[in-house]
Each structure stands twice: as C-alpha cells, then as structure tokens.
Ligand binder design. Structure first.
Ligand SMILES: *Cc1c(COP(=O)(O)O)cnc(C)c1O
Length: 337
C-alpha cells in the first residue's frame, strides 16, 4: 500500500524505535521524566524561547495556547481554512469560550492589513480581540508557506494593538526547509509556537508548544485540565528527539516527490487546478471523468491511497515512508488513468 492520505501515517523507523527503547523515563506529571525534559529544552532552545511543553497532539497544543492567551468572550482572528477553526471540533468555543473572526486569506495565509481591519474597536458592543493565529505551512492552502516579512508585519500589528500572536506550526519545519528560514527567526516573531512531531517529522505521537516561562507554566495547568498530563512519556518523547535530530533535512525529498506527482497529474484531462506545490502537500481539483471519491477508489485498485477532501478536490501528502520507487510506481498508475 502506498499511503498519501496524510504525513501522520508514518511508522517509527528502526533507529527511532531503538531510541525509544533506550530512553530513560520518569513521571512527567511530577516533572521527572528526563527524556521529556530534554525534548522540551531542545525545542525551547531551537526557537530561542524560554520554555516548552510536550503534549499528546497538535490539537491540544493549539487549544492550550488559545486558552492561555484569551479570556471567555474574547475574539480570535485566523484564516477561514485554519486547522484551529476547521478541524479542532469547535474547540475555540468549547475550551476557551471565544468567538472567531475568520479572514479570507490566500491559500490559508492572511495579511497584516487584513488583521488590522479585523480588530474590534474599544466598544462595549464588541468582543475583545486578543489573539491572532496563523498556520505555516497552511494545510488546506496546499502546504503553502508564509513570506517571513508578512509574519513580521502581522507581529507589528499585534504589538501595536496588544494582541497575542500564535503559530500553528504543525508543519513549520517543512516551511523552513522550503524557504531556507530558521527556527530562531520564528521564535522571535511569536508569543507561542505549536510544532507537530507526528507529521512530516515521523514520530508516532506528540506535539510541543513553546513560549515564555510564564506562558508555559499556565499551559502546564491547562494540559492537566485537558487530560494531557502523561506519566512515563519519555518513551514517545525520545521519538520526537530522534525525529528532530534525523528527519529535518530529508523533508526536501518529500517536497520534490510532491512536485513530481503534480507534474504527472498536470498532464491528465480529469485534473483541474493544482494548488502551487510549495512543500509536501498537493491539493488538486478533479473534474470530468471522475469525482474525487471515484478517483480515490480507482487509485485504490492499484494500492494507492489518496484523500478526497471536498466535492472537487483530492489531497496527496508525501512523507518519510514514501520512497522514490513508490513515487515512480504512482506516476505510472496516474499515466494509465
Ligand atoms: C495535524 C495538524 C494539527 C494537529 O493535529 P493533531 O492530529 O491533533 O496532532 C494542527 N494544525 C495543523 C495545520 C495540522 O495539520
């Protein structure tokens, strides 16, 4: 089976499993797991931030950040396609009691100008705007990347208006590899950053949230309330450390695989608009002979799994477990459709 449904489907590599087996552990709720502590210190240092906290999922790191940055009744600004809005079960309302101001971005990316115009005035009728959240890469934008200059412009608007600035960096490492940018640049721009270890980085589970010491101390309370306090979590944190040490540079391979697949699809009459392929996500329109579901079913006959994500779009995600041979095989299958 060649599985392009998501970069969450990767299995731990032998080296990663070895690291997990050898990890010293302790009770992390007591702060006594040395491997979790090491991962948290490593990610904080990576971003040049004061502290970090290891959580079971990226949904949890995002939701904790939103909860810590806001008060019930506040308003959060984000793109309409954002994971925090579309795919976290209404958690902004459920967990933080906040409303959301959705912006119509460009492939999931919003601008400083849009943010500025969406901030509510100081008026008793209005919700208090307190948080801006951006996503890089933007998942539903087809893995699109921000220009760092725009991030800085948004940061300036947040500063001028006393807003917190959160990054859903589930796939930030893909963006950094694609744009030759650094984690330190990003650490300086945001009040909090969520990074997924279980996406392109290939760990089986876990996300890390980074921020100031005071922010992470509050995040620790919220993590416990959300049921995310884990005990000997060093076993999975070790996979995260291994991923950060070994799986960053190779993300470029995933990006070139996605481009090769896009080139093959571009030749087909049943493929409409292909969103620009900037990283490891390829979103394309399906028209004419197939619906997205029919195309997915057709490819499954040849052991290729893709995901129909809307009435007219299919998503392909490349990752650690996709080899060059699998990409060649997939291109052959696309050609014969
Ligand atoms: C996957 C993802 C998350 C977190 O998802 P979990 O499955 O909860 O780890 C957050 N944001 C984006 C953009 C994602 O793609």
């Amino acid at each position: 089976m060649i599985d392009y449904r998501s970069d969450t489907v990767t299995a731990p590599t032998p080296g990663m499993l070895q690291a997990m087996l050898q990890a010293p552990t302790g009770d992390d709720v007591f702060g006594e797991d040395p491997t979790v502590n090491l991962l948290e210190e490593k990610v904080a240092a990576l971003f040049g931030m004061e502290a970090a906290i290891f959580c079971p999922s990226g949904t949890m790191t995002n939701q904790i950040a939103i909860k810590v940055h806001t008060q019930p009744g506040d308003e959060v600004i984000c793109d309409r396609l954002s994971h925090i809005y579309q795919y976290e079960g209404g958690g902004i309302a459920f967990n933080a009691g906040c409303s959301v101001r959705l912006l119509e971005g460009d492939r999931g990316r919003i601008t400083a100008e849009q943010v500025k115009n969406a901030i509510n005035p100081d008026d008793v009728h209005k919700a208090v705007t307190t948080l801006v959240s951006v996503e890089n890469t933007a998942n539903r934008g087809g893995g699109s990347c921000y220009h760092f200059a725009e991030i800085q412009h948004i940061q300036a608007v947040c500063k001028d208006n006393n807003l917190k600035f959160h990054l859903d960096g589930a796939r930030l490492m893909n963006a950094l590899i694609a744009k030759s940018e650094t984690t330190l640049q990003y650490g300086q721009a945001f009040d909090s950053i969520s990074l997924c270890l279980s996406k392109g980085l290939g760990a089986p589970v876990g996300s890390v949230l980074a921020g100031s010491k005071a922010f992470i101390a509050k995040a620790r309370r919220i993590r416990k309330i959300f049921g995310g306090g884990m005990r000997q979590a060093g076993i999975i944190a070790a996979a995260g450390i291994y991923a950060l040490d070994n799986h960053l540079e190779r993300l470029a391979t995933d990006h070139s695989h996605a481009r090769l697949l896009a080139d093959a699809l571009r030749e087909k009459d049943f493929v409409g608009e292909i969103l620009p392929v900037e990283t490891n996500i390829l979103i394309f329109e399906v028209k004419g002979r197939f619906t997205p579901k029919q195309l997915a079913a057709k490819l499954l006959d040849d052991d290729i799994r893709v995901m129909a994500i809307s009435e007219n779009q299919v998503r392909i995600v490349t990752h650690l477990d996709i080899t060059p041979q699998m990409v060649e095989q997939t291109i052959d299958v696309i050609k014969k459709q």
